[in-house]
Design a protein. Sequence first.
Length: 394
Amino acid sequence: MGLHDIWRGDVMPQSGVKVSIGRNRFDPPAPFVPVEEVIQNIAVFVDPASNTSGVIRFKGFVPTLEISLDGGVTFNSLPILASGINGQVLFNDNNTPAMDPGLTYDKVLDILGVSGALHLKELPNSLPTNRPVPASGQAKFEAINLANRFFMGSAGSGSKQSNPMQPAFFAKCILMIFPNTGTTVGVMGDSVTSVGTVSHPTANVQSGVMMNFVTGGTAGNTAGTGGNATRFFRGGVSGVNTGFFFAARVTLPDLAYDRLRMFVGLTTATMANVVGSDDPAGDHCGFHFTTDVATYGKNWQFMTKDNVTKAIQNTNIQCSGSLLWDMFMYSPPFPNNGAIFWTLKDVSNVKEISGYQFMNLPRVNQPMRPGAQISNVSAAARNIRVGHIYTEPE
């Protein structure tokens, strides 16, 4: 028997190399057009965890693994790990192993090298109290979410507390309003208009150092502070001042309030005017409270107005005496400023909520000033304390 006879009619797939099924083309009476590309099944797999099974096969001139979960009706390719360069990190690129020369790892020195942008996954709004403390000689870097504006933070050995990295002041006309002494308000980046008698109560462990502003006893008196210049925008054109980040710490030191309005945020109006009515004229965005509107209940509302229509969102965080609040707002720069993001923290009760508003936003290119203000609707002196007001353009 010759070699010719051994091969006649046999099917001998060789790792997916094309072969012919049928009579040898040298046999009479006529050549046979073969069916080619016989594929060799090499394994059946069972996954007890997902209660699935399927077929794995090896095919093609270019080595390819395929997997079928429907008994061989359809197959999807599985990548075969490519050979890499020592020190480079492989990653999945649309089911294909890929490498980037800027992503390397030195296993001897335990160093991950990244050339380009490094994105840190943000922490949840409510940080768990059982976060691990970094070991000696280590630092953990985290992205802290403040109204969807990420702050880079680091936690060193022996502490769970993250320390935010302060952004550079250069090229940003930042406004800060902060405590000073006596009847003087500290300010950087602007001057302020302060209303009501100003004082600095003795610092305490609950709220630290804060400025106190008290209204007169006549109904309609206001108290608080705010920037004189209107220079922060929700921009409508490209530029360096087309968004803003706002932060404030405030408290109401009195236990009970009868008929009160309060606003903390940005407005095109004066701070006194924005608490002069329950629906003040102008463009506004900020945290609003009034005892004279039933829909407000006892909670802070996030309020926006486009000079015509006011919109409010219930924060579900109560506005009442002797509570300390941290308030944050972020309007991204143009053209991504179709929403304003906000975060409200009840520091006293360790409660926090975040949201965003896209309805009735302040009109684009309208200059606004930041501040905090109250108005006593009834004839009684009322107090507001401010720890810090911080605003920077984006």
